[in-house]
Write a new protein. Structure first.
Length: 91
């Protein structure tokens, strides 16, 4: 975490992660009924990779979005060190 907050960039990054999450849910539902659709499989892998990159970027700049994003080698509990939403953490 770099400690500085560019709120516009942070909101934009969260928005992009949300959009990709929506696409992943829809692709998952589609693949439940069309498990052999190669284009859909290619698309879901593409969007999973995009999400992973965006979540990594967010985590590096603003802290972990989920406990799964935390650095296992950190010497502090990063989850509690970031700004909470009521402290302006997501605005």
């Amino acid at each position: 975490m770099n400690g500085t907050c560019n709120c516009r960039e942070r909101k934009t990054l969260l928005n992009e992660i949300g959009k990709i999450d929506f696409v992943l849910v829809e692709l998952n539902l589609y693949l439940d009924t069309h498990p052999f659709d190669q284009q859909a499989l290619t698309n879901i892998r593409h969007f999973q990779k995009m999400k992973k990159q965006l979540v990594q970027e967010y985590t590096e700049n603003y802290g972990p979005l989920t406990r799964d994003c935390m650095n296992d080698n950190a010497h502090e509990w990063q989850w509690s060190l970031q700004d909470w939403p009521w402290e302006g953490g997501f605005y």
